[in-house]
Ligand binder design. Structure first.
Ligand code: APR
Length: 235
């Protein structure tokens, strides 16, 4: 059996059953907050305290949510698959790592890290960021922002992701609406490499037609079933 080379892309839908709001569902984050105000460099320049509060509120929520069966199933897949698996998440929560995933890229950054606008250093950060908080790396005060990729900014580690997509034989998108590029273009890159492309989503609408196959249902049900199917097919 040849070694599998799998790339998995996750979005907010995989964390929804852990109690973390998605963005574009009717009760989602962008129904409550104006993304121009809290998820763009211009919004941060206009009102840094408002942006810090937005991410402080989301960072505090991380203490009260747990990884769910879908996160656990992906960690199991990484442990047991005969092959390579790269997990690329658009999510800024830490639920994949807490479930045990290791080969993981947070392409949109992480709630648990801060970026210093003086030294450019990224450091782990728990608790609230105040407007005058000091950088753990260089000590500069009032120069910290959440280490989160905002609209109009370049996601992280795109070269590594592009490399993995050109080599993969299976690409799986889980719990993402495919609204935001460059993540929304990964399925085409994988297909161009000859990979099988599969979407797992609560409702496979919208961008679903761009996939070879789809599994519909809550992530905590379809992801463990999918992982079981992959592991039995490759063992
Ligand atoms: N199980 C599986 N999928 C689910 C579930 C669930 N329980 N609940 C919701 N979903 C799906 C929705 O059907 C939708 O397709 O999750 C997806 C959530 O879509 P979005 O809210 O657009 O989130 P996402 O695709 O991750 O957004 C991408 O946009 O705002 C930016 O930076 C932000 O990383 C985010 C990016």
């Amino acid at each position: 059996m040849p070694r599998s080379r799998i790339v998995i892309l996750t979005g907010a839908g995989i964390s929804a059953e852990s109690g973390v709001a998605t963005f574009r569902d009717p009760d989602g984050v962008w129904a409550k907050f104006n993304l121009e105000d809290v998820a763009t460099p211009e919004g941060f320049a206009r009102d840094p305290a408002k942006v810090q509060d937005f991410y402080n509120m989301r960072r505090r929520q991380m203490d009260s949510v747990e990884p769910n069966l879908a996160h656990a199933a992906l960690a199991r897949l990484e442990r047991e698959i005969r092959g390579d698996i790269l997990l690329v998440t658009q999510n800024i929560d830490d639920l994949h790592e807490r479930a045990g995933s290791r080969n993981l890229i947070h392409m949109h950054g992480e709630l648990g890290r801060v970026l210093c606008q003086d030294c450019g250093g990224s450091s782990p950060w728990a608790g609230d960021i105040a407007v005058h908080s000091g950088c753990p790396a260089c000590g500069a005060k009032g120069r910290l922002r959440p280490d989160v990729v905002w609209f109009g900014e370049m996601p992280y580690r795109m070269e590594e992701i592009g490399e993995a997509l050109t080599r993969c034989d299976l690409f799986v998108a889980i719990g993402t609406s495919g609204n935001v590029y460059p993540a929304a273009g990964f399925v085409e890159e994988a297909r161009a490499a000859g990979a099988l492309t599969i979407e797992l989503n609560l409702k496979c609408a919208g961008w679903g037609s761009r996939f070879d196959d789809q599994m519909e249902g809550p992530a905590t049900q379809v992801v463990p079933a999918f992982v079981e199917r992959i592991l039995s097919a490759t063992s």
